[in-house]
Design a protein around this ligand. Structure first.
Ligand SMILES: O=C[C@H](O)COP(=O)(O)O
Length: 225
């Protein structure tokens, strides 16, 4: 399972890349709005940092297929042809996905709440489909199960689309989908930090250091004993 950073703040993205084995960056209009400046400025800085081959996902704003397609080409012109264009899976979105995928544009089908949205997006040629795990949970359904079902539907129907699960609020949701082997999860920095934050680990490391210092003295390491 790829691990992608769902964020647009460059400093935070740099920190995530420094500490964690992450595979790319996803954004959406709300995430970009938090930066409070021209979204293309923000996205170009991210693109420069992750390099031209890094995986970057950027969402269109329009609601009709014709303008979604125009936006897709503008985004590619600004950020490179390998940029994944996020298109919400509405009826108009499906029309745009079909046309763009046919033209070789990388599509991430987004705003997915149901298995059937994902099935149709996959058949239309999307490279990724992004079910919103936590938002589905908040509707009283089961986001992890929806994401697993979508993975199974693709495998059983020979649809060459990967699940890129999104909208995570806790480690358990990420763990369940990693165990299932879905294609990718896009996760906010605070939830990524939570994947490894465990007091027991800190306590174990501190105990090792105390034992070592008991024999070798304080501030000693394997370099200066
Ligand atoms: O682009 C979609 C987001 O990953 C949704 O995440 P959120 O539910 O935390 O806003």
């Amino acid at each position: 399972m790829k691990l992608i950073v769902d964020y647009a703040n460059l400093e935070k993205i740099k920190e995530m890349y420094m500490y964690y084995p992450v595979d790319g960056v996803t954004t959406n209009p709300s995430i970009l709005a938090k930066e409070k400046r021209n979204p293309y400025e923000v996205l170009k800085e991210i693109r420069e940092f992750i390099s031209k081959d890094g995986e970057l996902h950027v969402q269109v704003i329009s609601k009709d297929a014709e303008n979604m397609i125009k936006e897709a080409y503008k985004i590619r012109e600004e950020l490179g042809d390998n940029t994944y264009i996020k298109i919400p899976v509405t009826k108009e979105g499906l029309k745009a996905i079909k046309i763009l995928a046919h033209d070789g544009v990388n599509i991430t089908a987004t705003a997915i709440y149901t298995q059937m949205q994902a099935y149709l997006a996959g058949k239309a040629g999307a490279k990724y489909a992004a079910p919103y795990v936590n938002r589905i949970d908040n509707l009283g359904s089961n986001g992890v199960k929806v994401a697993k079902d979508i993975h199974d539907i693709y495998v059983k129907n020979n649809i060459d689309t990967q699940v890129l699960a999104a909208s995570f609020k806790n480690s358990q949701q990420v763990l369940e989908l990693a165990k299932y082997g879905i294609g990718a999860a896009t996760v906010s920095p605070d939830v990524i930090d939570g994947l490894i934050k465990l007091d027991a680990v800190e306590c174990a490391v501190d105990a090792f250091i105390r034992d070592f210092e008991g024999v070798c003295g304080q501030d000693k390491t394997m370099i200066n004993i």
